[in-house]
Structure formats: C-alpha cells, structure tokens
Design a binder for this molecule. Structure first.
Ligand code: SF4
Length: 218
C-alpha cells in the first residue's frame, strides 16, 4: 500500500502531549484560506512510499520513549485506504510491543462528514481535531489553529490523555513552533499565531536570509 508523505519527524513536542512522531501526509483538496501548509496541497507521486516503509521508520525512531503519533497534512482523510493501513500498523505495533502511545489525527473536514464517510477510521484513533482552518477565527486553544476546531477524545486512552486539554487555552508565551533543517529546506512544526510566519520572514530578511519559496503563500 502506497502513502504520499510530505514529511515525518521525531520528536514533535508541539502537536499533542509528550514526545511524538509527526507524520504529514501529502495532498489536500480542501484549500482553507490562510493555510500555512500549502506545500502539502498537491498530490505528488514523487512523495509516495509504502506504508510498510513508514512503519519501519516509526519503529526505528520511536522505539524508546514515545508518547504519541500525530498525523496531519495535507488532508489525511484524502488517502483513506493508506490512512487505514497506517493506523492498523501503528495499532499492531502498539499491541505487540505493549507500548502506550496515543494516535491523534488532524482533518480539515467537518466532523459530521468524517462520521458519515469514515466512521471505521475514527474508531482507530484516540483523538481527532477536525474542521477546516478559518482564517478570521482567532487561535484560542492549544494545538488548534482556529477557534472552530474542537479536540475530541475518541477512545478510553484518548479520554485519559486528552480530557485535560479539550478546553486548554493556548498560551501566547509558550513554545508553539519547532524548526528543522533538511538540506536547503527549513520547515516548521506547530501552530503559528496570526502573523508569526510573516514576522519570521521579515526577521530573517533583516539578517540577510531570504526565502525562495514559502508554504504560507501560493
Ligand atoms: S489547513 Fe489543513 S485542511 Fe486546510 S488547506 Fe491547509 S492542509 Fe488542507
């Protein structure tokens, strides 16, 4: 089974509790205004790998202390069969190794649509952050980009781990972004506040670093 992946990283500490594997899938047909991840929109066969390869990488990097896996994008539910295979593999690994990591997934689709079309996938998750990003709604809550996006625990493990964060307010002074360098590409993990990326670009330009292309503009 092939899966299109924009990037994967460990440890991610700004998208869910603890030290997590982050997997960003490639391809999104939603196109929210103001999306900061426009590099993930195009379907790109060049970014495909097998689910088995991705799971091997997960076991390699997360074999020690792993608190969770966060799947984002792109739109994970635009690859439903690949997402199902990935989730099945993660759940098998968790059971075989007696590990206790949770699985959190983002989606830009409305909850009602996911419940209607992907109920089986939802049953494989511990927590879900659905609904599109809405540019003119403020960033109010932890791990969410706009105020319309809920955090929904979906399993017993999810309720144990996420109940305390459902109404958690985003702390403007707390760390919310990570950065990583990959060759000539710098990428950011986390939920930027409004204007953060423009401020970063301006700050880098003042220091003589200009970005060729950025993910927050077409
Ligand atoms: S915010 Fe998420 S769902 Fe919306 S366009 Fe960007 S990647 Fe797609």
């Amino acid at each position: 089974m092939k899966i299109a992946v924009n990037k994967a990283h460990f440890p991610v500490t700004v998208l869910g509790p603890g030290r997590r594997i982050g997997i960003w899938l490639q391809g999104c047909g939603i196109g929210c205004k103001g999306c900061v991840s426009q590099d993930t929109w195009a379907r790109d066969a060049g970014r495909e790998m097998t689910v088995a390869q991705l799971l091997i990488w997960c076991r390699e990097v997360g074999g020690g202390a792993l608190d969770g896996v966060t799947i984002s994008g792109g739109e994970p539910f635009d690859q439903p069969q690949a997402l199902a295979a990935l989730l099945d593999g993660l759940i098998r690994w968790r059971a075989d190794s007696a590990a206790d990591f949770d699985i959190l997934c983002y989606s830009g689709y409305p909850l009602a649509r996911l419940q209607k079309a992907h109920e089986k996938l939802l049953r494989k998750l511990d927590a879900l952050i659905p609904e599109p990003y809405i540019d003119n709604q403020p960033l109010t809550h932890l791990w969410r980009g706009s105020a319309n996006q809920p955090l929904l625990p979906l399993s017993v493990r999810g309720r144990d781990r996420y109940a305390a964060f459902v109404a958690a307010v985003a702390d403007p002074a707390a760390k919310r972004m990570q950065a990583a360098v990959d060759g000539e590409r710098i990428w950011y993990v986390g939920i930027p506040a409004r204007g953060d990326m423009a401020a970063l670009e301006q700050s880098c330009a003042q220091r003589g670093v200009a970005f060729d292309t950025v993910s927050w503009r077409p």
